[in-house]
Design a protein around this ligand. Structure first.
Ligand SMILES: [Zn+2]
Length: 106
């Protein structure tokens, strides 16, 4: 494995150039470049290991998708309980009617 040194050239993705360009290593931690500078536009940034960061549109899409999945978990309508519930609602409707009809008053 090649030992990296400060100032060495290294390929990395530049967010300004929006492509992989030559970079100079500015900082190394544990033998790994952590900060680099683009040789084309001199933009400094963290070493991205040539990984292209997601675009703004992709981030918006992901945020929207996350929002939708967070709002989605609504409990499904209880289809099975619908019939017994209708019967139960008939009973209390009769009871008050029966009470008023009796009019138990001493
Ligand atoms: Zn650049």
């Amino acid at each position: 494995m090649r030992v990296l040194r400060l100032g060495d050239d290294i390929d990395d993705y530049c967010i300004k150039c929006k492509r992989v360009t030559n970079h100079s290593i500015l900082a190394i931690v544990d033998g790994e470049p952590v900060k680099v500078r683009c040789r084309s536009c001199y933009n400094e940034g963290p070493y991205r290991r040539c990984v292209v960061p997601p675009s703004k549109r992709e981030l918006q899409k992901a945020a929207l998708l996350k929002q939708m999945t967070e709002q989605a978990p609504a409990p499904p309508p209880p289809v099975v309980e619908a019939q017994p519930a209708r019967r139960a609602s008939q009973k209390p409707a009769r009871k008050p009617a029966a009470k008023t009809a009796r009019k138990k008053k001493a």
